[in-house]
Design a protein around this ligand. Structure first.
Ligand code: CO
Length: 458
């Protein structure tokens, strides 16, 4: 039997319409999902936290509590970016610990934790804290292709993940580039050497994910991530209904209540219509995009780069930039293209092309990366490039968060006027300016802060 994790209210909506689903919409859907027999509902974390406060004036913690109230049977899952939590920099261990504690207290059952570089040291604190507070802990390994990302590499990582005491492992194919035969080989190899349940998470961007799921299922994968149609496919996950129908009556039958799922369908249709009509959902995100298999560039990164090129009136350099991306990636030791590495590699590739000289100008994040502040690169960094960018500077080799001082109590003091609970302090710790504005309004206090319109890592 294969189990299914429903992702529409987190990754589905994040991939298709910029994470703007309201708490009411999420709660209404989850009330039904709870009756369907899903293994879990992924409903929190990722970009949902920032987007709720920034765009919807909603408290993400309240959303979690409201969903918990209507989900009595089904586990609730969140996506957690290791030492980055849900933000874009490394946070101190005490903030990571408190975030795990409060997530579990407010209703999360499973915390899916990943690191952009698959540097397990960046996951250590989140794993320990999740276990300490009674949560179920899953580590997701970021899938990518490169000369170093072989099956042996992933199996070795999988064994280490099991040794960390995690409850399950996820293959996180954030760009949707995992092909069916590669999935079959990878899952087969992992199942031989790793004894915890294995889950597969992919995106339909290239049009291959449903086939990849089937191949992985036949190779023994335990859990798959799907999104309820019509909030599925395109840049989101394969359709929940398609998988339930395809597996029904086979030995993989997830034994779910399709009638309940069908009752959620019209509700989702109405929600999708709303975001199509207000322009947030573009038909482009629904197109099959086979180019991604060649360039290995995730959708979010592509739209970011197109915006940067348009801003510079340089769309005619698009092809050059696309060819520059794999070179930058090689120079930097083949980081997987997932936040924040995807934005970093993309922005640097744009600069290399537009400046007419490679690494003439570099962004701060690339310099930090070369100094070791994001963790260990998967492969060796090109030494000439390194020298050109940071000269003979030393690189830190310890776990980056070991250099950070505790932050939580200082923030609590700093914001004693607007934070009413530890959850508020955590919102401030992660998205300071956004949370100051949000909480000021929420509690009817005076004064707001300017928020930078553009952040590199949105
Ligand atoms: Co995803």
């Amino acid at each position: 039997m294969v189990r299914i994790v429903e992702t529409s209210v987190r990754d589905g909506q994040q991939s298709l319409f910029a994470t703007r689903m309201t708490t009411q919409e999420v709660v209404d859907l989850c009330r039904l999902y709870d009756q369907a027999g899903f293994h879990a509902i992924e409903m929190w974390g990722g970009a949902t936290f920032d987007a709720a406060m920034r765009f919807l004036d909603e408290d993400p913690w309240e959303r979690l509590r409201e969903v918990r109230k209507v989900c009595k049977k089904t586990k609730l899952q969140m996506l957690f970016r290791g030492q980055n939590i849900l933000g874009y920099r490394h946070y101190s261990d005490d903030v990571v610990d408190m975030f795990c504690k409060k997530s579990i207290e407010n209703g999360i059952d499973i915390i899916r934790i990943f690191d952009a570089l698959n540097d397990l040291r960046n996951l250590k604190q989140a794993v320990e804290s999740t276990k300490k507070y009674g949560g179920e802990c899953q580590i997701a390994l970021c899938y990518t292709t490169s000369p170093v990302h072989t099956i042996d590499y992933f199996v070795d990582l999988g064994k280490q993940i099991e040794q960390l005491g995690c409850d399950s492992l996820c293959i996180k194919d954030m760009a949707g580039v995992l092909l069916p035969e590669d999935a079959r080989k990878l899952v087969t190899a992992l199942k031989k050497q790793v004894h915890i349940p294995i889950e597969l998470h992919s995106h339909s961007t290239a049009g291959v994910a449903t086939m990849t799921y089937l191949a992985a299922i036949e190779a023994g994968v335990d859990i798959i991530d799907t999104s309820l149609s019509p909030c599925s496919d395109g840049t989101a996950q394969p359709s929940t209904q398609a998988l339930i129908n395809s597996l029904a009556g086979t030995k993989y039958d997830p034994h779910m209540d399709l009638h309940v799922v069908q009752r959620a369908e019209p509700m989702m249709s109405k929600i999708i219509d709303k975001y199509v009509n207000n322009g947030l959902m573009s038909w482009k995100s629904m197109q099959v995009n086979p180019k991604i298999l060649f360039y290995q560039v995730p959708g979010g990164m592509l739209s970011n780069m197109i915006k940067q090129l348009r801003d510079q009136d340089a769309m005619d350099r698009y092809d050059e930039v696309m060819l520059e991306i794999p070179k930058v990636r090689r120079d930097l030791g083949y980081p997987p293209l997932v936040t924040p590495m995807s934005q970093m590699v993309g922005t640097q590739a744009v600069m290399n092309v537009l400046m007419g000289e490679r690494y003439k100008i570099t962004i701060k994040e690339v310099r930090d990366y070369l100094h070791g502040k994001y963790g260990r690169a998967p492969a060796e960094v090109d030494q000439d490039v390194r020298k050109k960018i940071i000269g003979d500077d030393e690189t830190i080799t310890c776990r980056p968060a070991d250099l950070l001082k505790p932050e939580f109590e200082n923030l609590k003091k700093k914001y004693s006027d607007i934070a009413r609970c530890d959850e508020d302090v955590l919102s401030l710790a992660l998205f300071e300016n956004v949370a100051v504005n949000f909480l000021t309004k929420k509690y009817g206090l005076n004064g707001t802060k300017e928020i930078d319109e553009f952040e590199m890592f949105v």
